[in-house]
Write a protein that binds this ligand. Structure first.
Ligand SMILES: [Zn+2]
Length: 202
């Protein structure tokens, strides 16, 4: 982390922490029987304290802070392994990247109301991205001014690496991105999203 932060002169550092499934495992001699939310929060706090010391703000994925069963979001984009209550155990200066790739959800407002800055993250589906943008704009224009300030914006994910994404983006700019791979789909999603961002909201 130090090497990367130094090399990039990073003022922000994304620590990941998504899809953590094996925690407080009964076969783990170190953490069996412990509270998964506490274990997860402790790790987040350790990383965040270190990043603060070297001048970087912590960003991370939000899925482990969401209740998978209660929200119906499932065990990937939310947690079914007892980590959700960690949301109340970590510092509020972390930026939460609230990723949902198949549908928009009301979770950005939940994070914003808790006091976290948030960005909402689509991947391949333009209609989902546009619904998420509407969600961000609704929070910003909503009746909770504290929450409104926390809605930072959108973060497009690609999951294909930068060169394939850049290539696909250039192809769609010239009207040629017809392939059905992750690069083309995320480039199309990004283009649709940023077209909408640049248009005046209704
Ligand atoms: Zn363990």
């Amino acid at each position: 982390m130090d090497e990367l932060a130094r090399a990039c002169e990073a003022k922000a550092f994304h620590i990941g922490m998504d899809e953590v499934f094996i925690l407080a495992d009964p076969n783990c001699p170190r953490c069996k029987g412990k509270n998964p939310a506490q274990l997860f929060a402790d790790e987040v706090k350790t990383l965040r304290a270190h990043l603060k010391k070297i001048g970087s703000r912590t960003w991370m994925w939000g899925d482990r802070f969401l209740e998978g069963k209660a929200t119906g979001l499932g065990k990937w984009e939310a947690s079914e392994n007892g980590t959700a209550s960690a949301i109340d155990l970590v510092p509020k200066d972390i930026v939460i990247c609230d990723w949902h790739y198949d549908r928009s959800s009301e979770t950005p407002l939940l994070f914003a109301k808790k006091g976290f800055d948030i960005v909402v993250c689509p991947w391949r589906k333009s209609d989902v991205a546009l619904a998420q943008l509407a969600e961000v704009r609704a929070i910003r224009g909503g009746d909770d001014p504290a929450a409104a300030r926390h809605a930072l914006g959108m973060l497009q994910t690609t999951w294909c690496g930068l060169p394939p994404f850049a290539k696909a983006y250039r192809a769609q700019e010239s009207g040629g991105a017809t392939e059905k791979d992750a690069a083309a789909e995320s480039a199309n999603c990004f283009a649709a999203l940023f077209k909408a961002i640049r248009e005046k909201p209704q």
